[in-house]
Design a protein around this ligand. Structure first.
Ligand code: AMP
Length: 284
């Protein structure tokens, strides 16, 4: 396994692999790898000759009062995990190589970046789409793997890839959860055992909502959101949003749920912001 930190070096290395007609699968991450990331790596291993994992805590996607500084960075453990999974290349650049002094260029997917998480984390998705564009240009992958845990992110990346004509296939992979249903997240490391129990209310309320939508006849968006809100309010310290939107476009839906939707939640325990979602298709 090669560990490369310079964009020019990895570009040169990849150019040689491409000359040998190797296909490149790419898994972008911020490190602190867990089974969610590993599931993306395994899928990429199955579908490509070469797997590249980037480990980069991207400053431009964090707001001024967010957890950029304290974000976990267990780099050596991440290297071990990647090695074990047969990753071929880790790309781990320093921030100043991605954003040198006087950096001025940003990518923004309009509208989609302003709703849901974007409404509460200003400029977050602008930072995500900018770094992902740069990583696409540096690594030139054939396929890139994203988790549905970050549902809005996956919709935005697909839109950007289509709009900017990147010759890349975006592969989305299911959310990996603890046995009890809690979605794995690098930020779970901030939580005490008691917090982790409270956090369970998110996945539990999502599953309950899914059942209600699937088994009742006409279910209204308002009533489902209210049901979820009751449970989340009891357990979490602050709710950013509970939203039900069209699963493909993230557009608003009318009150009666009659198409495939995503239910998405963002809420805090203390200073830790957790997100989760579930896709539901009403049976009619
Ligand atoms: P992150 O390191 O949090 O930026 O995540 C890197 C990639 O891993 C993103 O595509 C995430 O959606 C994905 N990911 C994070 N958590 C999970 C999970 N629990 N299950 C599946 N994918 C995940």
């Amino acid at each position: 396994m090669k560990i490369i930190s310079h964009p020019h070096k990895i570009q040169k290395f990849i150019r040689n692999l491409k000359l040998k007609r190797k296909t490149i699968g790419f898994v972008p991450t911020m490190g602190a790898l867990h089974q969610g990331h590993i599931s993306l790596i395994r899928r990429a291993k199955k579908e490509n000759d070469i797997v590249v994992v980037s480990i980069f805590v991207n400053p431009s996607q964090f707001g001024p009062n967010e957890d950029l500084k304290k974000y976990p960075r267990p780099f050596f453990n991440d290297i071990k995990l990647c090695n074990k999974e047969g990753v071929n290349i880790i790309f781990a650049p320093k921030a100043n190589l991605i954003y040198p002094k006087n950096y001025l260029t940003y990518i923004n997917v309009e509208k989609l970046s302003d709703i849901m998480c974007g409404e509460h984390r200003l400029a977050h998705f602008r930072g995500v789409t900018t770094v992902v564009t740069k990583l696409f240009n540096i690594i030139q992958p054939d396929k890139v793997y994203f988790g549905l845990k970050d549902y809005q992110q996956s919709v935005i990346i697909k839109k950007m890839t289509a709009d900017l004509n990147f010759p890349i296939k975006i592969v989305t992979c299911p959310t990996i959860r603890e046995k009890n249903g809690l979605a794995l997240s690098s930020r779970n490391a901030y939580l005490s055992n008691e917090d982790l129990k409270k956090a369970l209310s998110i996945s539990q309320s999502l599953n309950k909502a899914k059942k209600l939508i699937e088994y009742k006849k006409s279910v209204s968006k308002k009533s489902i959101i209210l049901e979820i809100k009751k449970v989340i309010e009891l357990n979490m310290d602050k709710i950013d949003y509970i939203e039900i939107r069209d699963a493909d476009t993230l557009e608003e839906i009318k009150n009666i749920i009659d198409k495939k939707v995503v239910i998405a939640i963002a809420a805090y325990i203390g200073k830790t912001r957790l997100i989760d979602n579930i896709v539901v298709n009403p049976v009619r």
